[in-house]
Design a protein around this ligand. Structure first.
Ligand code: ZN
Length: 293
């Protein structure tokens, strides 16, 4: 009967020797963590709406990961722009849909930079550009994800991306197959609408609470096929950026879209008028718009 008691005391003693230093160590660590700063609260971010003429190219920098959405046409200047930023690695590239004014410039991006992952709606298109885009992704063995509504990516401590579209894209209407990304950068939100038209907007309006954003990349270069009033009201952006080329043959942006944007009292920036539009977000909340012509 005595033996288990002696053994128990020895065991307690041994445990105390083992556990006490660990307890002290953990306690001192938790003291360090009691500094009253939420990690990531003061992160800085930059959103670049790159002037690629007629087409889209948006580059977002966070303290951890960066993201490129579309690359304009071939030789659009997106590669040079990213080289000038000293970018060597791109974590995420989104090809919103297979039209050349979005993906052709990405081919040069894949040749120039190491890319962590490509996200694409997974619809096919029978053009040489689309084949070359796919074969270049293959050539460099870049991980490929078919993007669908509801998918999420962490970009940094306080930054993440949620896809709002597509759910069930069709190769017969590529604009409405567009990936639409809602990016949260601290307290600031950005909606990148691709070339989504009314049909896609109506699907997203089924959950209007997901659309609210501070900054909007206006859908389809300001075409009247897109940006219906209900969609703009649900987003209610402070800033709206239209990416289109000077004197483009489509007449983008269309006047009715400008009128609807004015009606919701948003400040409009246009790459055809303002060149590169760079928005810096400081300490997760304050943001400034810089124009680089
Ligand atoms: Zn387009």
């Amino acid at each position: 009967m005595q033996y288990p008691k002696i053994h128990f005391k020895k065991l307690l003693y041994s445990l105390a020797i083992l556990v006490l230093p660990a307890f002290i160590l953990l306690h001192s660590c938790s003291d360090d963590n009691n500094v009253f700063v939420v990690p990531g609260e003061d992160e800085n971010y930059t959103v670049h709406f790159i002037d690629v003429g007629q087409g889209d190219a948006i580059f977002i920098e966070t303290p951890v990961k960066n993201l490129l959405v579309d690359g304009g046409y071939r030789n659009s200047g997106v590669v040079e722009y990213l080289v000038a930023l000293d970018i060597e690695y791109i974590d995420l590239v989104i090809g919103t849909h297979p039209h050349a004014d979005h993906i052709q410039g990405l081919i040069g991006v894949f040749h120039e930079f190491e890319v962590g992952e490509v996200i694409d709606p997974g619809v096919t298109h029978t053009t040489n550009t689309f084949n070359e885009y796919l074969s270049t992704i293959d050539l460099y063995d870049i991980p490929f994800t078919v993007g669908r509504k509801g998918m999420e990516w962490e970009l940094s401590e306080n930054a993440h991306m949620l896809l709002l579209h597509p759910t069930d894209p069709s190769e017969y209407h590529l604009n409405n197959a567009s990936i639409v990304a809602h990016v949260t950068l601290g307290e600031v939100t950005v909606l990148l609408a691709g070339d989504a038209e009314e049909n896609a907007e109506n699907q997203m309006l089924n959950e209007p609470e997901l659309l609210a954003s501070d900054i909007l990349k206006v859908g389809h270069h300001g075409s009247n096929t897109s940006s219906q009033m209900a969609f703009l009201e649900a987003i209610d952006p402070d800033i709206s950026v239209i990416q289109c080329g000077e004197d483009n043959p489509y007449g983008h942006p269309h006047n009715p879209v400008i009128e609807r944007l004015n009606a919701i009292d948003t400040t409009i920036y246009r790459t055809d008028l303002h060149g590169n539009i760079v928005i810096t977000i400081k300490e997760g909340e304050e943001y400034e718009v810089h124009i680089h012509q």
